[in-house]
Design a protein around this ligand. Structure first.
Ligand code: ADP
Length: 427
């Protein structure tokens, strides 16, 4: 039985009790008067006193009941408040004017496990700025915002909105205060990444640009009439200018792929001729590096893809194997059907080299933009540090993924996994 129902029952009982007392008193005094024990005037007076007392008791019970009404209302609205708070998508805590927790949802509980209904919020949240803001919101009835960060266990940023709420619009004070937490961490991370990216891209462009400017000055000055130096410098300048062009090309490709990230390619294509075409295109580089490339493939491996983007993936992987794994003198490529860890059919292309391999601490970061194991070597090889980032982005768009197996001294295997498609006409 709810508290309100219990109270109603009690009032009804009291009323019934009052009526019984008056009726009993009337009967007793009438009997006494009839029996001649009490003169009728005294009997009437006695009855009047008892009836008045019973009536008073009844009235005070009614008053109590009337006074109890707001409590019942408050309970009803607290239940409503709890239901509303539970249904909100952000972590939310509702507090009374004294800062005691009236309601909180599961997300708020996950954020601050020490929060307890009925206890002061200050017991659980040790953020003086926030506690002060809650006090101000309750006293002044004005919305407050507090941004704070946590360092432990990981860096997180929050914006907290403290909103005083009145049940009646014209009430002098808020009835409760709603505290909503907005997790700003993903936004901050994106901001940091963007800032890092711009800084890295500018740095990568500034280095060849500085070299170009330096050589131009030398050619205009001390080397003006030195034909041999001019030939040498122009060759270096050409290489630096090409590096800038490659970088800009990669940056543009990255942003174009990101723009289309949500659109999954839907053209059925066969992986086998694409990989063979890439290998043919890199034969000169392979010969220069003294590397033999083998391709082991079944008849056809159809996938839904953007052909040009697939070419880009395999160019990057085979080129990396030829550049960084040249010491192994062999690169083996395998194309075929396979299955993902959870048994889904996949198309897989693995590019294996027998070079120096990669230490395990680098593996998780290789697909980050501008991440290189050895910056000098990457630059010497004409790398931009964006190749594997491009591969990862293209694969994301295709709902595929890249896995890397490597150990120092044991070469490296980069495997492309793409969702298999039912054999469809290959365009
Ligand atoms: P880069 O333009 O520097 O080649 P990538 O994103 O393609 O950029 O590769 C990132 C880094 O990963 C390279 O700088 C290199 O250190 C490492 N790497 C890539 N492929 C191989 C490989 N087959 N063997 C060893 N290291 C590799």
């Amino acid at each position: 039985m709810s508290l309100a129902e219990e109270r109603a029952l009690l009032t009804a009982k009291r009323r019934r009790g009052g009526g019984v007392v008056i009726a009993a008193a009337a009967a007793v005094f009438a009997a006494l008067a009839l029996a001649g024990v009490l003169p009728s005037a005294y009997a009437l007076g006695g009855f009047a006193i008892v009836a008045a007392a019973a009536g008073l008791a009844l009235r005070s019970a009614k008053d109590e009941d009337r006074l109890a009404q707001p409590v019942v209302m408050a309970e009803r609205s607290d239940g409503f408040l709890r239901a509303v708070v539970a249904g909100l998508p952000d972590p939310v805590v509702a507090l009374d004017r004294d800062g005691r927790v009236l309601a909180l949802n599961d997300r708020a509980r996950a954020l601050a496990p020490a929060l307890r209904q009925g206890e002061p919020v200050a017991f659980a949240l040790r953020m003086p700025e926030l506690i002060e803001a809650i006090g101000r919101a309750a006293a002044e009835g004005e919305e407050q915002r507090v941004v704070y960060s946590e360092r432990v266990p990981i860096d997180r940023w929050f914006e907290t909105i403290v909103m005083p709420v009145k049940r009646e619009p014209n009430a002098a004070h808020p009835d409760f205060v709603l505290v909503t937490f907005h997790d700003l961490t993903p936004l901050r991370r994106v901001e940091e990444m963007r800032a890092d990216f711009v800084a890295n891209a500018s740095h990568e462009l500034r280095t060849p640009l500085a070299a170009l400017l330096g050589f131009i000055e030398t050619l205009q000055g001390s080397a003006r009439d030195d034909a041999k130096a001019r030939t040498r410098f122009l060759a270096i300048m050409q290489e630096q200018a090409r590096r800038m062009a490659r970088l800009i090309d990669d940056l543009l490709s990255l942003s174009r792929i990101e723009l289309n990230a949500h659109r999954r390619p839907d053209t059925p294509v066969d992986l086998v001729p694409i990989v063979r075409q890439v290998v043919d295109g890199l034969q000169t580089l392979a010969r220069d590096r003294g590397v033999t490339v083998t391709v082991d493939a079944v008849n056809a491996v159809p996938v839904l893809a953007d052909r040009d983007e697939l070419v880009r993936i395999f160019e990057n992987l085979v080129e990396n194997a030829l550049k960084y794994g040249a010491a192994g003198r062999r690169v083996d490529i395998k194309i075929g059907p396979g299955a993902s860890a959870d048994g889904e059919p996949e198309a897989q292309v693995s590019v294996r080299d027998y070079g120096p391999g990669i230490a395990p601490e680098h593996l998780p970061r290789l697909t980050e933009r501008f991440y290189r194991v050895d910056v000098t070597e990457s630059r010497a090889q004409g790398g931009t540090g964006l190749g594997l980032a491009l591969v990862k982005h293209i694969l994301n768009r295709h709902r595929g993924r890249l896995t890397i197996d490597s150990a120092p001294g044991a070469g490296a295997t980069f495997t492309v996994h793409l969702p298999a498609t039912a054999a469809a006409p290959i365009r």
